[in-house]
Design a protein around this ligand. Structure first.
Ligand code: ADP
Ligand code: ADP
Length: 226
């Protein structure tokens, strides 16, 4: 079973921008996968479609064998999304934010509280659990987004430019954390426009440019070519 299986994916935005021009992509279960490409290549659009935030114009997407059209809820439950923009309520506390998220997925409250402690501790945010999100630094907000995405214990984590605007020390700590949860079995897909970040973390890489996949290979063979 693939964690992700995309075929013939096209997206034309209102106004006529062809963001995706027929994307095929497979990601194996347990993989650490990078989608690399310059600004405007179609990375966010691809991730948006996989996470059901953006409607595809054409094509087929399966998430752990669930069809995104006909089995959307089951597909969504497999995915934890870490979007690029901070989209939590800045006036809520960290604990409220992550516990509410679990609530959207039907996790019982007592279980949600336990998970909140687990993930906030893992992301070194437990001391800040009663702070409002607006009081956090940029790096802490990024980590909060990751903790929130894990609250329904998805099989796959998708991160859109996870370390954008994060300083090097916190970036390294985030890389270590992502490696750990991948080793525990979570499939990870991240977008980045830094080859270095993909190189540090990922086993497979696809390069997207102007809405098309132009390379799809193991990191090893890509590096051997460069
Ligand atoms: P990225 O850094 O991934 O290239 P952008 O900064 O271009 O993203 O876009 C930020 C947000 O604005 C995204 O959610 C994207 O969907 C949206 N967006 C990008 N380009 C346009 C556009 N031409 N018209 C409307 N919305 C756009
Ligand atoms: P990336 O994430 O690789 O930077 P995007 O998927 O954000 O690329 O954008 C791909 C193309 O689609 C760009 O030309 C962008 O301007 C356009 N685009 C993205 N979001 C929208 C939107 N909501 N409306 C119109 N055009 C968009």
């Amino acid at each position: 079973m693939h964690a992700l299986n995309i075929s013939g994916l096209k997206k034309v935005y209102k106004g006529g921008v062809e963001a995706l021009k027929g994307v095929d992509l497979q990601v194996e279960q347990g993989d650490f996968f990078a989608l690399l490409g310059p600004n405007g290549a179609g990375k966010s659009t691809t991730i948006g479609i996989i996470s059901s935030l953006v409607n595809a114009t054409q094509g087929k997407v399966n998430v752990f064998d669930f069809d995104l059209d006909s089995q959307k809820a089951a597909a969504k439950a497999c995915i934890g999304l870490v979007p690029q923009e901070f989209n939590f309520n800045q006036f809520e506390t960290l604990q409220q934010i992550v516990i509410n998220q679990a609530g959207y997925y039907g996790v019982p409250r007592s279980e949600a509280k336990q998970r909140a402690e687990k993930y906030l501790k893992q992301l070194e945010l437990w001391d800040k659990r009663n702070a409002r999100a607006r009081e956090l630094s940029g790096g802490m907000k990024r980590r909060l987004m990751i903790a929130r995405a894990l609250m329904h214990e998805p099989k796959m984590l998708i991160l859109d430019e996870p370390t954008a605007g994060v300083d090097i020390e916190i970036r390294r700590a985030m890389w270590t954390f992502l490696r750990e949860i991948n080793e525990q079995g979570i499939t990870i897909i991240l977008t980045t426009h830094y080859l270095e970040e993909a190189e540090m973390l990922c086993r497979h890489i696809a390069i997207i440019d102007k809405g098309r996949i132009v390379e799809n290979t193991s990191m090893k063979s890509l590096l051997a070519k460069l």
